[in-house]
Design a protein around this ligand. Structure first.
Ligand code: ADE
Ligand code: ZN
Length: 340
């Protein structure tokens, strides 16, 4: 193993862009299908993995939503979240902000309460057993209506203390940020932090990123790599100090490029890029693999790798004291690793 790989693997990290439903590994999917009496269109884990051959966002989303059919009970959501947090902990992730997609479950007849209680139980258990801290971000599905998003927001209110922010995901084509202007304004009024996906190489990518700034007022941008095509847009993102949660292996699976050189350019310009896993069970890499792939492809220096991870701690939606404490653990690690 190279020194750099070891340095990355042992580094205390934060993850800001991971869909909990996208962490459903084939083995657990088979277990849950068996437990719930659901027949899957695959005979084995290998056959399922071989079917994960995506060339764009819609082809990935088809597999992603199909995979959720095995998630029925509170116990299932708890098992899913426990598996992710255990894996993240094994990669020295100290803190994770996880997206979940309630509409993808309530439209299948699963109660909002079932979904969120299962996830919450796993978060509490992982924190007390492993020490890993996590928070939840509720995503609205942008290929559903704004009314449906408003209904999901309403359903979330009894659980307000369990959700730190709201986001927007699913198929971006024809579903611009502005479609959800009213629901995001309402979410802000309820005290939620705001972020949105601006997926990579979409039709109208830069226009959508501009809308997240001017019409929505997001505090972070998920992906957002295409901002680099517009100098003014980059300047505005930097002026506002917004972080971008980039997901290189996901980018590679849906666009054919890790966008590693773009990440390096962001760092060189002073943009607050971070590296994340997105849907690791489908794209085949958790946060360590994403950082290693980016470092190797863009020949990042150790300082640049540390900057990516420091950006994630700094852009997290934790209270300031907790943020400082986690950042301190990164600084101690880097100090102890100097010359190693
Ligand atoms: N849902 C889960 N992963 C997603 C992604 N990368 N983009 C849009 N929607 C998603
Ligand atoms: Zn995502």
């Amino acid at each position: 193993m190279t020194d750099m790989r070891r340095f990355i693997e042992r580094m205390p990290k934060a993850e800001l862009h991971v869909h909990v439903e996208g962490t459903l590994e084939p083995e657990l999917k088979f277990d849950l299908a068996r437990r719930n009496g659901i027949e899957l269109p695959y005979r084995s884990v290998e056959e399922m993995r071989a079917g994960y051959d995506f060339d764009d966002l819609p082809s990935f989303l088809e597999a992603y939503y199909e995979g959720m059919s095995v998630l029925l009970t509170e116990q299932d959501f708890c098992a899913l979240t426990t598996a992710y947090l255990t894996k993240a902990h094994s990669q020295n992730v100290l803190y994770a902000e996880m997206f979940f997609d309630p509409q993808a479950h309530t439209t299948r007849g699963i109660a909002y309460d079932t979904v969120i209680r299962g996830i919450r139980r796993a978060q509490e258990d992982a924190r007390s057993r492993l020490g890993i801290r996590s928070q939840l971000i509720m995503c609205f599905l942008r290929d559903m209506s704004a009314d449906s998003a408003a209904e999901a927001l309403e359903q979330s209110l009894p659980y307000r203390e369990w959700i730190v922010g709201v986001g927007l995901d699913s198929d971006e084509k024809g579903n611009p940020p502005i479609k959800f202007k009213a629901v995001f304004a309402r979410a802000r009024a309820e005290g939620f932090r705001l972020t949105m996906h601006c997926d990579v190489d979409q039709k109208n990518s830069t226009r959508h990123i501009r809308q997240t700034l001017d019409d929505i007022g997001v505090e972070r941008i998920d992906h957002g790599v295409n901002a680099l095509e517009d100098e003014e847009l980059c300047n505005e993102i930097m002026r506002r100090g917004l972080a971008l949660t980039v997901c290189p292996i996901s980018n590679d699976c849906v666009t054919g490029s890790l966008k590693a050189l773009e990440i390096r350019r962001m760092l060189e310009m002073g943009m607050r890029a971070t590296v994340n896993s997105d849907d690791p069970a489908y794209f085949g890499g958790y946060v360590n693999e994403n950082l290693v792939a980016t470092q190797e492809a863009a020949d990042l220096s150790r300082d640049q790798v540390v900057r990516l991870v420091a950006n994630a701690f700094e852009a997290s939606w934790l209270p300031a004291d907790e943020k400082r404490a986690l950042r301190g653990r990164l600084d101690s690690y880097v100090e102890s690793a100097v010359g190693a």
